[in-house]
Design a protein around this ligand. Structure first.
Ligand code: MN
Length: 241
């Protein structure tokens, strides 16, 4: 059997069986072609970001999960799913905590990020959407949101992320930043949209000019996807009330 058919068969079998115990997590696929975001994000940046950086987070997360599975007392952590695991970091032993936090974060944050970008470049949320309503309520207008979000992106020192989140306690949207691969989901916020502001996300095209990258990416944020997430979050919140 050729390598390609072996890969296809493995994907098929895993797809049917789900991710079983001991099964390595695959690199989540991009939802579009590598050159689909040109000229906003160049093909080479997308290839390296996905095939090298996201792959490395995936590999090192898998290593950590294997180590957790190997310990009968920690096995339950490997079974809970990566999103949930990142909310239980305090239960991960110190020798594995950094690896889970950084690479588990890198694994889920990038998957979120790819889905927050769209070759169609929706520009802004549809005027009748829940998200548009919430943005106007919290930031005054979409322009108001954009300037707060851009400023927050520029304010991240070193490597990190900028986020649009829904806070279940205050029931409003909030712009957050985190360092490294930390996610605001770890402190109970619901992520609506994520923007990677690590230099590896833009250095090939924009070198050190993060502002140029942020300006290039704002028009291709996928507001339909963000709307879906907000609607889902609001529905879950309602169920819990
Ligand atoms: Mn990245």
């Amino acid at each position: 059997m050729g390598f390609r058919s072996w890969v296809l068969m493995s994907v098929f079998v895993c797809g049917l069986a789900g991710i079983g115990e001991g099964q390595h997590l695959p690199l989540p696929p991009l939802p579009y072609a590598y050159d689909a975001l040109e000229p906003y994000i160049d093909e080479e940046t997308m290839r390296i970001h996905h095939l090298k950086h996201h792959q490395a987070y995936t590999d090192k997360l898998n290593q950590a999960l294997t180590a957790l599975r190997g310990d009968p007392e920690l096995k339950y952590l490997a079974k809970m799913g990566v999103d949930k695991l990142l909310q239980h970091l305090d239960e991960v032993p110190p020798r594995l905590r950094g690896q889970v936090q950084n690479h588990g974060g890198g694994y889920v944050n990038h998957d979120q990020f790819w889905h927050n970008l769209s070759p169609k470049g929706a520009g802004e949320p549809a005027s009748s959407s829940k998200l548009s309503e919430a943005i106007n309520e919290t930031f005054g207008s979409f322009d108001g949101f954009k300037s707060i979000f851009s400023e927050a992106c520029m304010g991240v020192f070193g490597s990190g992320w900028c986020w649009l989140c829904f806070n279940p306690e205050t029931q409003v949207l909030t712009v957050e930043t985190t360092g490294n691969q930390d996610t605001p989901a770890s402190k109970g916020l619901h992520v609506i949209l994520a923007l990677d502001v690590w230099e590896h996300a833009y250095y090939l095209k924009h070198q050190n000019k993060r502002k140029d990258y942020v300006d290039a990416v704002l028009p291709i944020l996928d507001w339909e996807e963000a709307e879906r997430r907000l609607v889902q979050v609001l529905a879950t919140e309602k169920e819990e009330l």
